[in-house]
Design a protein around this ligand. Structure first.
Ligand code: EPU
Length: 420
């Protein structure tokens, strides 16, 4: 197992290019099993463990998957031989649940391990299952597995009691091949959901209203293989912007979509950053200043993303004043706080809020990564801290950030990966 070693207090400077969005690519990989007799080619694929795990999952189902040296992935589902997602893969990556809707819609049969909890909260999937049952699926849960069967799914009115990203995606995918019309109310509006809908429409689906909270899908007889390039990762974008802000640096983030990170830009401006944008680039200049404290409350898109909460917590640890971060999506998403306090951060947790009193200087220490975004936030505090920070269990970071230390080194950071 590797660890990251960071010598902090180097202001970042330069240009960085953002990779394809993990949370758009994963559902697209799963949706590819619905293509009839033709291949799906996905481009702008980030080099991530979660992508590799999804490819393993699809391969063990019999899907033929070819990767080229540019990480374009070609998927041929015509060789599929089982509709099974085993526990040993699902337990490492909850988003494996995204094969459920496509398998059921195309083959009328799926057996997928229940994901169970994870480091950031309980993360149930009952909303996915209730919606599929409403569409006519017969669902049984036994021995930790969801067994789902259906002759043909039937279009229905699905009203999600709470906004769910992968729940919306599962039903969106399933309803493309259902009989008749499906309306999803209280649908997630995340850019990754929109990108998935655009991808499915190119495959021949009939989806309208994506990007709003009401999505209408008219089932079609079949979907065809296409070539599609995934959108850039807005969380990676936001993470690099915070990296520049926390080190007092100046960077240009390229190959992004600036409108997808409006709320993050707004918060970083409040923190004192000077920011200018084009549609595909963001320039952030902190001019060596210490950040001002910013209050954050997480919510579904377009509100502030929970996947950027830990990074803003990191920024506030060195801010000139006190801030409050309220986490509304996942009940346990403050695992990074204990590690940050080992570096001197002054953070008090009260229910779903972190109250942070900014300090003059963090001191490098050995810390442990507990989940993906927590790992990113520990890198950020390491970049800002005086001295050396060692981050263990960094396999979490490789699940969701494409070559993060290479990209940070390119911006001048003193960061290296060493075997433990
Ligand atoms: N929820 C339920 N029941 C369900 C489904 C969800 O109660 O059946 C609850 C969850 O417990 C949570 C809330 O609804 O409190 C929202 O969860 P959601 O279903 O939207 O989360 P998700 O689809 O499991 C995706 C991302 C996460 C991201 C969340 C929120 C993917 C693969 N994952 O998860 O990404 O944090 O949406 O935006 O798209 C990450 O990339 O680090 C990550 C965790």
């Amino acid at each position: 197992m590797d660890k990251l070693i960071i010598n902090g207090m180097v202001p970042l400077n330069g240009e960085v290019s953002v990779s394809g969005a993990k949370n758009a690519v994963l559902p697209m990989l799963c949706a590819s099993v619905m293509a009839s007799n033709t291949c799906v080619t996905l481009k702008n694929i980030p080099h991530l463990h979660d992508v590799t795990t999804t490819v393993r999952l699809l391969r063990q189902m019999g899907v033929s998957v070819t990767l080229d040296d540019k990480m374009n992935i070609e998927l041929d589902p015509s060789t599929i031989k089982n509709y099974y997602a085993p526990y040993d893969l699902v337990k490492t990556m909850r988003s494996s649940i995204l094969v459920l809707g496509p398998l059921l819609a195309k083959f009328g049969n799926a057996k997928v391990s229940l994901p169970g909890g994870c480091a950031i909260g309980s993360r149930p999937v009952e909303m996915h299952l209730d919606a599929l049952e409403k569409m006519g699926a017969k669902i049984n849960i036994q021995n930790g597995y969801i067994s789902a069967k259906s002759q043909k799914l039937v279009g229905s009115n699905i009203i999600f009691p709470k906004t769910t990203v992968t729940g919306t995606e599962n039903i969106l995918m399933a309803s493309t091949l259902a009989d008749g019309k499906t309306v999803i109310s209280n649908a997630a509006r995340e850019p990754e959901v929109v990108d998935l809908a655009n991808f499915l429409n190119q495959m021949g689906a009939s989806i309208r209203g994506h990007g709003t909270d009401t999505i209408e899908i008219t089932g079609v007889r079949e979907l065809k293989g296409i070539s599609y390039s995934a959108l850039p990762d807005r969380i990676e974008t936001g993470t690099f912007l915070v990296a520049a802000a926390i080190t007092g640096g100046k960077i240009i983030v390229k190959n992004t979509i600036s409108s997808h990170v409006d709320i993050i830009i707004q918060k970083l401006k409040q923190a004192g950053a000077e920011i200018s944008t084009t549609s595909t680039t963001i320039t952030l200049d902190m001019k060596g200043k210490r950040p001002k404290p910013v209050n954050i409350e997480t919510g579904a898109y377009p509100l502030f993303p929970t996947d950027m909460q830990a990074q803003l917590t990191a920024l506030n640890t060195v801010a000139d004043g006190t801030s409050v971060i309220k986490e509304n999506i996942f009940e346990n998403r403050f695992m990074h706080v204990q590690e940050m306090t080992r570096m001197g951060a002054d953070i008090r947790l009260e229910q779903n809020c972190a109250i942070i009193s900014g300090i003059d200087e963090l001191i490098g220490a050995s810390v442990m990564a507990t989940d993906l975004r927590a790992s990113a936030s520990l890198i950020l505090v390491g970049l800002a801290a005086n001295g050396t920070t060692e981050i263990e269990r960094i396999y979490h970071i490789d699940r969701g950030y494409d070559c993060i230390e290479e990209k940070l080194r390119q911006l001048g950071a003193d960061i290296s990966r060493v075997p433990m």
